[in-house]
Write a protein that binds this ligand. Sequence first.
Ligand code: 0FV
Ligand code: MN
Ligand code: MN
Ligand code: MN
Ligand code: MN
Length: 579
Amino acid sequence: IIAIQALLPIPTTKTYLSHGLDKYSSRCPSSSTPRPRLRCSLQVSDPIQTGRRSGGYPPALWDFDTIQSLNTEYKGERHMRREEDLIGQVREMLVHEEVDLTPQLELIDDLHKLGISCHFENEILQILKSIYLNQNYKRDLYSTSLAFRLLRQNGFILPQEVFDCFKNEKGTDFKPSLSHDRKGLLQLYEASFLSRQGEETLQLAREFATKILQKEVDERDFETKMGFPSHWRVQMPNARLHIDAYRKRTDMNPVVLELAILDTNIVQAQFQEELKETSRWWESTSLVQELPFVRDRIVECYLWTTGVIQRREHGYERIMLTKINALVTTIDDVFDIYGTLEELQLFTTTIQRWDLESMKQLPPYMQLCYLALHKFVIEEAYETLKEKGFNSIPYVTKWWVNLVESYMKEATWYYNGYKPSMQEYINNAWISIGGLPILSHLFFRFTDSIESMDKYRDMDRASCTILRLADDMGTSLVEVERGDVPKAIQCYMNETNASEEEAREYVRRLIEKEWEKMNTETMWDDDDDDFTLSKYYCEVVANLARMAQFIYQDGLDGFGMKDSKVNKLLKELLFERYE
Ligand code: 0FV
Ligand code: MN
Ligand code: MN
Ligand code: MN
Ligand code: MN
């Protein structure tokens, strides 16, 4: 029987009991005394002794007290006033000066990459709209490509035919003379990632540009050297990388640079407050203390949200999304690591029934997990009902049910030693990555009409599939070694006898295909019936895929890996002052 006190809030005084599992759950590497488990009421056994799997995940990189003590001077008025002043100056540059099209487009691109485009949203839209209406984009390869990408990214869908003038007479390929225009080719390559399904000119553009650019770098290294195309990159978590590069440029503008630096410090102050709140919530659930096998990754869970939800004013949603990420991680670890098949079946039925009655059948540690999820869903549904006037529970719970059912299927495969085909795997795995609960909760925050829900289904699926494939590229080697179902790479290798490198290449192609679907669904012409879709929600859906590619970049598990590139960017974004 679960002890009642396990459900009470954490005492504020530090009266922690020490416990025998500390060697396993030690979660406080940076302070001298490890934080012990609070209670030992939930009968979680040592996995080594009971034949359960172990995640072998390293402990949290930042402890509770460190997070709570975060502070910065950039909360102050003085900085806000300076920022307003700089924003005004950059606005002048953007709109009033007699600027040429190309530098204006470059400035818009820079503002986005530097993380400060949010201050000029209306001005940018006005400029792009007038370029679009005046057809002022018919220029050289470089400017046309840049305009094409920025216009499409902002909802002005130029037809792919603007590139016809760069093709040979028969229209079968791009003109060979363009192969000396390196700057133009790079921009054409970037533009080609805005393609929708069936746009052959853009496909041709990608192949043409890639073929020539590839000659400069070792072919196998092409992806590494080029990095992700702009269209695949998240904004905030990359902003400081771009500031580093921008400040070294000869055409750098000091006002823009000062604004970018100041803004990254100011937004950090906001992010820190949001992180502190989510960390208090995480601590109050006691999930890590009671279920020592789960990943303790609240900072990384928060990092996800800074790439997915860009608007500064949406702190509530970033905090909500952090909680979902943490709950998904916890339940995923219950299924992938600690739970026995029998327990997992019970858990699945309880979620399916979604009541408090069938919770009785669960072992205490699962009750805690179940009730944490239940409580979260009810609280969010309360907000939705209060603000929007409808009951989201049936919709949202459906996706949580789908998620655990897909977990259950993987668990059954694993315990039966079953090896699914690639297609069979993907049909389940795009759900088992956990993106649907994320997107459905965000849907209720960012849209107003339940009726439109079905129209987003294909883009949701594309986003979740990219999330899955990127995750498999970063985590599956370790997972399979620990004991798990074959993931995308292994399924493909099983099916085709391909090498691991070939399988990775195949998965990268699948990701490109999914991006084409995503573009098809999220970019539409205003005369299309779908234009009533929420542009902001579409952006969030695409950002989820971008963030997955950010976290698992270079095929590594950037979710809690010390000394990784992602970890360095995380620290810059959330903890370090930028000079
Ligand atoms: C993936 O972990 C996971 F659950 C993450 C990164 C945390 C939450 C973030 C999102 C759901 C966006 P893992 O590789 O264990 O997932 P699978 O599905 O492979 O077990
Ligand atoms: Mn897992
Ligand atoms: Mn899993
Ligand atoms: Mn994984
Ligand atoms: Mn459409």
